[in-house]
Design a protein around this ligand. Sequence first.
Ligand SMILES: [Zn+2]
Length: 396
Amino acid sequence: MRASFSQGVAATYADSQRAMASDISRSRREFLRLALGATTASSAMFGYGTGSTVTPQRNPKVIVVTFGGGARDEETFMPDGQENIPHLMGELIPQSTFYTQVVNRGILGHYVATASLATGAYETFNNFAAVPPTNPTVFEYFRKDLKRPANDVWVVAPSNGFNRIGESGNRNFGPGFGANVVLPKRLLAAALSPGGSALYEHLLRDNYETPLYAPELSGSGLSLHDIAELLKISVADFTAHARSLSSPDELSVFIARQLMKQLAPSLLWVTLHDIDVAHSGSYSLYLEAIKRSDRLCADLWNAVGSNPEYAGRTSMFIMPDFGRDSDEAAGGNGFQHHRTGDALSRTTWMMALGAGIRQNFVVDRAVETTDLVPTLGARLRFSTGQSQGKPLVELV
Ligand SMILES: [Zn+2]
C-alpha cells in the first residue's frame, strides 16, 4: 500500500522528499546514459517502461543479491565513481532492466530492512532483536504454493543477527515452510580450533554499526557438520579456503556458489555486507568494499552462466537495502552512516537481469523496495498475499 499524505507539514515534507528522489533518479539515468549510451546499440536503452512479455521458463530459478548498506552515487554511478563498479557498469547493467528510483519507506537498520525486502512489507520490529519477520517471507510463499522441498530455498546471510530471517513468526501462515539460512561466519567460528580465531578476525566481524552488539543465536540452525556434508566440502577444506579470502562477503559468495553446485536451489538469497564497513569511518575500506561487491556480483552471474542447472533459466535481482546519508543533510555525515532518513538514504536502485528480462532498459518511475517480493511471485506464479508492494509491470 502506498503512503498517502493529505495536507500540512507531512505533505510538505513528503513532497520535498519525493522531489529529491526524482532528482536522484534523473541524475542516475543521465550518468548511465553518458557512460553506456554510446556503446549500446539497443534503441530500447533509456526508453520508458511499458511492460514486456516474459516467456515462462521451465524450472525457473531466482537469485536475489542485496547489499546490507548501500553506497552513495558519488562512489558508484557518478562519473568519478564508475571506476569502482566496472562489472556492474560494463557487464551487468547493459544486460538488465534498471530501476533508478527504488524508495525504502521503512526502518533503516539492516536486519529489519532486509527482512522487509524478503516479506514485501515494511517490518517494524527492533533491528537488534533476534526475532523472525512478522509477515510471511518470500521463501515461505514460494515453498508453500509451489510445494517445494526445504533444500530448494537458501539464504546466505552476512551476520549472526540474521539467523531468523528464513521463516516468519506469522501464525496464520503456518510454520515449516522457511528457507535454510547459512551464516558463514558462524560456520567459520565453529571450524576454528581454540585460539585460532585471531587469524580470521577480519572475517568474523559481525556488525559494523554497533561493534558491541553480540546477537543471540537460537540453536535451530544447521551445524557445521550438516553444512559441510550438504556442500560436499570437508571442514578442513572450508577452513583452508577461508584463509585465502579477504572478506566476509567473499566467504558468503563462496558458500553460495557451493550451494549452487551441490543443491542448485531454485530460490537463493545472498545478502552482502562488506560496504557497511563505512561505519568505521574509513573511506578507503568503504571504497575497497564497493569494488569487491561489484566483483562478487559478476562472480555470481558468471556462476549462473557456467552451471547447466542455472544457465538460461535464471533471473538475478540486485539491490541495496537502502542508501547512505547526504553530506548536506543536517546531522548527516556523508558516506559513513545512514541515520537521517533523508531522501538520499531512502532512494536506492535495483537491477534485474536474466531469463525473460528486457536488456538495456532503464525505468525512472518511483517504485518501492517492497515491490520485489510481489514481482517474484508474479514471475514464478506463486501468491504473495500479505505483501504490501505491487508487481513491477516491466518484469512480469
Ligand atoms: Zn549500516
